[in-house]
Design a protein around this ligand. Structure first.
Ligand code: NI
Length: 267
């Protein structure tokens, strides 16, 4: 992989999914934000996952330039989700700094997660809210592509749009979500040696549907794999993806930033 050279004046990039609202970052959020900007990662979506994570995301979006908030309940936290929390989400969506709903979805990987019924009810309620407010959704799917697809389709995601975040499937799976009008978010996983499926999926996604993300503090890209991820590392993933696609870092940074603007900001 080519070594990143800041003197090349890289194009601005957008980390479309990061969790500066996680405990790992809290002591030093402005420092992580500033470090990202040194590498021209000029915008990021701080993505919520439960009551506290959502509140922190909204606060950060008000405090830091280029930061946008996304609010929602992720599968593992939907036991806390109820009518009152739904009303809070609806309220938060009135805030200009809140650009979407998520993360939300289905996760069948962990036995200790809430039941399928509980997960589907919370996912469905959030999809309905997205349709009502015309906000794009950030979708988490683990070991659940078939059910996630059926729910997105049944809830008319093509009307309000969204992203399959940190996509982990192959070309056939990705095609189904593209057919629903979804964008595809690629995380550091696309840089891993053994991610043949994800690399093959990247090759079939139209350029105007690709966005990049860190999902920090998780899933640090090569060559930082195993370290704590942070928004600055977006540049490693972008560089690796650009190489896979046979284009320059700057071209892909521009394209993915435009895509993110179209999905979350220019609606
Ligand atoms: Ni996430």
């Amino acid at each position: 992989m080519a070594i990143y050279d800041p003197s090349k004046r890289p194009s601005d990039a957008y980390d479309t999914h990061t969790h500066l609202n996680e405990d790992e970052f809290l002591e030093d959020v402005p420092a992580y934000w500033a470090r990202a900007r040194e590498y021209r990662i000029m915008e990021m979506n701080v993505v919520g996952y439960n009551h506290i994570g959502n509140a922190r995301a909204v606060e950060m979006a008000h405090e830091l330039e280029g930061v946008h908030a996304i609010v929602g309940f992720q599968p593992e936290d939907v036991r806390e989700f109820n009518e009152q929390e739904l009303a809070i989400l609806r309220d938060q969506l009135n805030d200009d700094k809140v650009v979407g709903l998520g993360e939300m979805g289905l996760d069948y990987h962990w036995d200790e997660n809430p039941s399928v019924e509980v997960q589907k009810a919370a996912f469905g309620a959030q999809l309905d809210l997205a349709r009502e407010t015309n906000k794009p959704v950030t979708v988490h799917s683990r070991d659940a592509f078939d059910d996630v697809y059926e729910m997105l389709k049944a809830h008319h995601v093509e009307e309000f749009g969204g992203v399959m975040h940190s996509f982990t499937g192959g070309p056939e799976e990705v095609q189904r979500f593209l057919d629903l009008g979804m964008y595809i978010g690629f995380s550091g996983m696309v840089t891993f040696k053994k991610s043949d499926d994800i690399k093959a999926a990247l090759q079939v996604v139209p350029l105007d549907r690709i966005v990049v993300e860190t999902d920090a503090p998780f899933l640090a890209p090569t060559p930082m794999r195993g370290k704590m991820n942070e928004p600055m590392f977006t540049h490693y993933t972008l560089e690796n993806m650009a190489e896979q696609l046979g284009m320059s870092y700057n071209e892909l940074a521009q394209i993915t930033t435009e895509n993110a603007h179209r999905l979350w900001l220019e609606r």
